[in-house]
Design a protein around this ligand. Structure first.
Ligand SMILES: Cc1cc2nc3c(=O)[nH]c(=O)nc-3n(C[C@H](O)[C@H](O)[C@H](O)COP(=O)(O)OP(=O)(O)OC[C@H]3O[C@@H](n4cnc5c(N)ncnc54)[C@H](O)[C@@H]3O)c2cc1C
Length: 292
């Protein structure tokens, strides 16, 4: 398969990229990062952009840095760099855990975190992880920048809060704090496939009790889903088997599950319930191992 003809530009700086983006607002322009989602869609002619703005020369946007309380990740950082980063594993272990399920090594070598989040596939892992970790997206256009919480960024299938003249430049992720435990659980048909269902869970434990719980699901709906009412049920509990089972039931009761070609809605519901139980149990057990 071949893409439809397109014009190609390769800016050397972020400012230049933003100027080009602005100049082509009415021309159906597309940014090219790792190309691992955009190029297949062009090859299948699902997308036929008139102009491609290749941002692979923006090396300034490929970094993993830390401040006192946040990790700062440049949008052009490749999945492989994040997966193997010790800084990420120490301060945001949910990201490392979730990367076990993201695509294959060759795709992770090219694909970028910025492209992944901007693409907003409904079954992608990182959008749910960024929502669970309460990360912030830093967006820029030719006039300046703005910050959008991950929880407000994902609006639907392939739809985000990014405007046509904006570039996602950085993701800011709060560092793990004392008493915080997480787990990421997923099921897919084959390793590296998109999720049939996956769960990103973060708990804050205090004296053996849970004082905050955040559970996001992906692969279920158009964007990452959280049933906050169910999370609240866990607060103040010791996360017994019964309490976890009740919370997972409260989540699946409120979600509308859909059938797809390979997975029925009923199976996806059972699977999600089981993955929530597994994620919460693993996070709880990690916290008690640490306390002992
Ligand atoms: C076989 C296969 C399996 C895969 N499995 C998984 C999986 O299990 N989980 C998963 O999450 N992903 C999976 N992927 C997708 C992969 O993670 C992609 O790398 C990712 O979704 C897109 O990143 P990219 O850098 O390649 O972006 P591109 O494909 O270059 O771009 C994707 C979209 O984002 C826009 N964009 C890119 N960068 C920016 C930016 N900085 N600011 C604004 N817009 C931007 C582009 O214009 C385009 O619309 C898979 C891909 C393949 C081919």
């Amino acid at each position: 398969m071949k893409p439809a003809p397109f014009e190609y530009v390769r800016p050397a700086t972020v400012d230049e990229a933003l100027q080009v983006l602005r100049a082509h607002l009415n021309d159906d322009a597309k940014l090219l990062a790792g190309g691992q989602s955009l190029v297949p869609m062009m090859n299948f002619r699902v997308l036929q952009p008139a102009i491609i703005i290749d941002i692979n020369r923006l090396h300034d946007l490929a970094y993993i840095r830390e401040s006192d309380d946040e990790l700062l990740v440049g949008a052009m950082t490749r999945h492989a760099a994040l997966k193997s980063s010790e800084v990420i594993a120490k301060h945001a272990p949910m990201i490392t855990a979730a990367y076990e399920h993201v695509a294959h090594a060759t795709i992770r070598n090219r694909g970028t975190i910025g492209g992944n989040l901007a693409h907003a596939d409904a079954a992608s892992e990182m959008p749910a992880v960024m929502c669970a970790l309460d990360a912030t997206m830093v967006l820029r256009n030719h006039e300046g920048g703005r910050a959008v919480r991950a929880r407000d960024f994902f609006l639907g299938v392939f739809t985000t809060a990014l405007e046509a003249d904006e570039l996602l430049v950085e993701i800011r992720i709060p560092k793990r704090t004392a008493g915080e435990w997480c787990a990421f659980e997923e099921m897919n048909l084959r390793k590296g496939d998109f999720a049939m269902a996956a769960v990103a869970a973060k708990l804050r434990m205090w004296n053996g009790r849970c004082d905050d719980a955040v559970v996001y699901l992906t692969g279920i709906s158009d964007q990452p889903v959280r049933i906050e009412r169910a999370d609240r049920k866990l607060e103040g509990t010791r996360l017994s088997t019964e309490e976890i089972a009740a919370a997972s039931e409260a989540v699946v009761r409120e979600v509308e599950f859909h059938s797809t070609a390979s997975v029925s809605a009923a199976y996806r519901k059972d699977l999600t319930r089981a993955l929530i139980v597994r994620a919460l149990t693993n996070a709880r057990d990690r916290s008690s191992e640490d306390a002992s």
